[in-house]
Design a protein around this ligand. Sequence first.
Ligand code: BES
Ligand code: MN
Ligand code: ZN
Length: 453
Amino acid sequence: MKLVSHADNAVTITYTAGRPYLSVTPDWTGRLEIGLDRSQPLDSIAWMEVFAKTAKAAADLSLPGCRLELDGPAAQLGDRLPYLLLMGLSGAGYRFRKYQTKAQDAAKIPMVLSLTGRDEAFDRTLDRAGNLVRAVLLARDLVNEPGNHLTPDTLARRLADAFAGLPVEVTVLDPAALEKLGAGALLAVGTSSVNGPRLIALTYTGAPEDSRRLGLVGKGVTVDTGGYCLKTPAGLLGTKGDMAGAAAVSCALLALAQNGVRANVTAVIPACENRLSDGSMIPGDVITSLSGKTIEVGNTDAEGRLILADALTYAIREAKATHLVDIATLTGAVCAMFGSSRAGAMTSDEGFFAQLLAAAEPMGERYWLLPGDAEYDKLVDSTVADVKNRPGSCGTIAAGLFLRRFTEDKPWIHLDVAGTAWTSPPIWAYQTEGATGAGTATLYRLAETFFQK
Ligand code: BES
Ligand code: MN
Ligand code: ZN
């Protein structure tokens, strides 16, 4: 993205629904003031909301262009302003229209940004924020992509394409390679489909002198039928989005690499379908994970934690991650608790989690820490294997504690985004029906701040 500067210290953003980019200033007339709701806290979400409503107003009124005067409270946002501005504007106009044969081009509305004290440093931040916003929108695209088009194989290919030319090593393990490695849990789920599983690892080393490495593990279930514990027709709808964790970790890494952020990060994606076949799992089966731990499969629909277990082991043993964050659309229970505006979280390290919360706020994302006390940990004990995947109660907490068994005492955060990855109807103006891109910006910011000290 290139910024075009003007004598009056303004920069022009040509607003295309879903895609921010910059071009030359047009003329403008008139004045439109977008107010703030003073009864609500003026947090990051509120700011994105203002910018999103501005974009919508400009589109609704078919304005030929507009000038955004961002002095006053907006100027106080400092470094937070560029992301919130671009995400608010482009989030509102985002549409997934790939499969509409008569889809019309979105109107382009030039927006002139005027801000006292705007300098080169600000323009660079704007440029970097643009990359992150595009990454969030790519995450939305991937999540909205129908399951018959986005299989584990096509997900791996799309990611390899997205990373072409960037300093990121892309490793894709196919079923034969997974067999050789011993990834028994990912295989147990993934071989339920003719579209076999993949393990995708994306390695970025932007801080070679730092010995730490962040392992970002994202659930990549491209279709979740539940397997023999078959979902209902209503339950099946929307399971194309069961790879939102994968979208978040890969798109966060994409923006980190594009922006050359000083960070060492490996994204690990267990990608598979959870279907019915002659060979697919049956409740009561015992499988052996990559870690060597055995798992009693009590419910074939609790597939996410099975594949994530192998991915965590891979992140530790193969990618040499020193710190772990997993992100997954893991439990229906978290939707019942928090709806679509807040994700559930678990951790083994409160200091690490504090860093995640600090990274989430400026990006307008919300997480809530759930307890992981010892008495809950018994929920995942099995009488026939080392662990079991069907807890019986405390669904979201037990899912997190199941995963913790595979973290080998590394500092670990678990994010259950089953509620926030998708919104129908949208809660905020910068969202549209469907995928939200949840987690992408927070993970980007966490990686950026984590390696600053
Ligand atoms: N992907 C689902 C969780 C989910 C449910 C995400 C609804 C988004 C909306 C996951 O694989 C699943 O099916 N979880 C089960 C686990 C249970 C069988 C222990 C659930 O939460 O019902
Ligand atoms: Mn499931
Ligand atoms: Zn699932």
